[in-house]
Design a binder for this molecule. Structure first.
Ligand code: PGA
Length: 254
């Protein structure tokens, strides 16, 4: 982490927790993260948003969604627009998570469209990029991360970069218990920052928050966020446990 950037710890609950469980978990987390010096975000299933916004009221926890559609409205059964999210009290949204890319046909083009739709309504987009193990072993990590980053940011204006967070999440490290080493995380995040610099210039690239994600937990968070290019994390499994999540928030608050 560098002082010129905002550290952000965001939980990604994935398909976990009912609305009642959401209320209980946020109530448990609130006092544990109250003195955080980083931004604290919980990205929750759509159905949990109302409960999450209510439970997080008067606290430093901000609420995010896990996806957003790219059209403002229309015949898109099952989808949710950015306007709907904003009205519901959402401030952040995860875009292009590898599980969406892998299981739900998300492409670099749709990731870009969703990103544009999110920031147009004033949401902060947490855009996920990351290589598979096969791509890493073939030596394509840098090329792929730069490509995914640039594709996701197509037509995003320089002035809007303050509404963009990129999460580098190596696919092989997500939910597997295998974490990238701190050096691998720093290197991946560095490739993302270089890609942003190549398009927008070095100065603004230095200000963009780039998270690491993939089995980040209470034990390894300290070492990961100590790296220059790691400005916080996108946390899956460990964000479902109040105590573990708060330890990660503390690591990013130093
Ligand atoms: P994990 O998930 O922390 O459970 O590996 C991270 C993510 O998918 O964002």
């Amino acid at each position: 982490m560098k002082d010129c950037r905002k550290a952000v710890i965001a939980g990604n609950w994935k398909m976990n927790k009912t609305p009642a469980e959401t209320t209980a978990l946020i109530n448990e987390m609130k006092p544990l993260v109250a003195d955080a010096k980083c931004d604290v975000v919980l990205c929750v299933p759509f159905i949990d948003i109302a409960a999450a916004v209510e439970a997080a009221k008067d606290s430093n926890i901000k609420i995010g969604a896990e996806n957003v559609h790219f059209k403002e409205s229309g015949a898109f059964t099952g989808e949710i627009s950015a306007k709907m999210l904003v009205e519901a009290g959402v401030e952040y949204v995860v875009v292009g998570h590898s599980e969406r890319r892998q299981y739900f046909g998300e492409t670099d083009q749709t990731v870009n469209l969703r990103t544009l739709a999110a920031i147009k309504e004033g949401l902060t987009a947490i855009v996920c990029v990351g290589e598979t193990l096969e791509q890493r072993e073939l030596g394509y990590t840098e090329t792929l991360l730069k490509y995914q980053t640039k594709m996701a940011l197509t037509n995003v204006a320089k002035e809007d970069l303050d509404k963009i967070i990129i999460a580098y999440e190596p696919v092989w490290a997500i939910g597997t218990g295998v974490t990238a080493t701190a050096d691998q995380a720093d290197e991946g995040n560095g490739f993302v920052r270089e890609a942003i610099a190549e398009v927008y210039g070095k100065e603004v690239a230095e200000t963009v928050t780039i998270q690491y994600g993939g089995s980040m937990n209470a034990k390894n968070a300290d070492e990961l966020v100590a790296k220059e290019n790691v400005d916080g994390g996108l946390i899956g499994g460990a964000s479902l446990k109040a105590e573990d999540f708060s330890i990660i928030v503390k690591a990013a608050s130093k």
